[in-house]
Design a protein around this ligand. Structure first.
Ligand code: HEC
Length: 157
């Protein structure tokens, strides 16, 4: 295309640079959106499946590793953290996947396992609560979870 005025290569290459930059950042945004939505997965939040009080605790402290609602923090994309995080999530989901509770809110034995894990302090993983302080469970949280687990045989709980 003919350009009027004196030919000047500097603006052209700058423009190219800008476009590349925009393209890169656009891709970054696209990745972020995809991660945020966890495309290709569904499953309710625990607060919708089990009683809201216990559900909210499980959502807050467990779902990053035990459901499809994994909320990947930015640093989880950077190796070696990314390897550690994805290992925790795949192992965690293998043991217990809350996303599969949509139709069947957890067997009684599974609930007792959860109560055991939180009262012994083995869950949530200490390496996780070190960073995610909000995921720490109080004594009241643990009691609520275990009361709920014990009530598993009662309908509507
Ligand atoms: C940082 C990831 C992570 C978080 C957060 C987490 N878990 Fe886990 N969980 C795992 C992994 C990995 C395993 C399997 C290996 C193991 O036991 O260490 C597991 C295993 C379990 C098991 C199987 C029995 C056991 O003790 O190994 C239960 C039950 C469990 N988790 C419950 C919970 C509950 C309830 C929460 C929230 C209060 C929670 N987890 C939070 C990663 C996590």
């Amino acid at each position: 295309m003919p350009v009027k005025g004196t030919p000047n290569h500097a603006p052209a290459s700058k423009k190219y640079f800008d476009l590349t930059w925009i393209d890169l950042s656009r891709n970054a945004v696209r990745f972020d959106c995809r991660d945020a939505q966890n495309v290709g997965t569904d499953g309710a939040h625990m607060a919708e499946v089990v009683n809201p009080q216990v559900g909210a605790i499980l959502d807050r402290s467990c779902q990053d590793c035990h459901s499809n609602h994994t909320n990947w923090p930015w640093y989880s994309h950077i190796a070696p953290v990314s390897w550690i995080v994805s290992k925790h999530v795949s192992e965690g989901r293998e043991m217990l996947d809350f996303s599969e509770w949509t139709n069947q809110p957890g067997a009684e034995s599974e609930r007792m396992l959860i109560c055991d894990a939180v009262s012994s302090g083995s869950m949530p993983l200490a390496s996780y609560t070190m960073i995610h302080r909000k995921a720490r469970l109080s004594k009241v949280d643990v009691k609520l979870i275990c009361d709920w687990a014990a009530a598993a045989s009662q309908p509507g709980k």
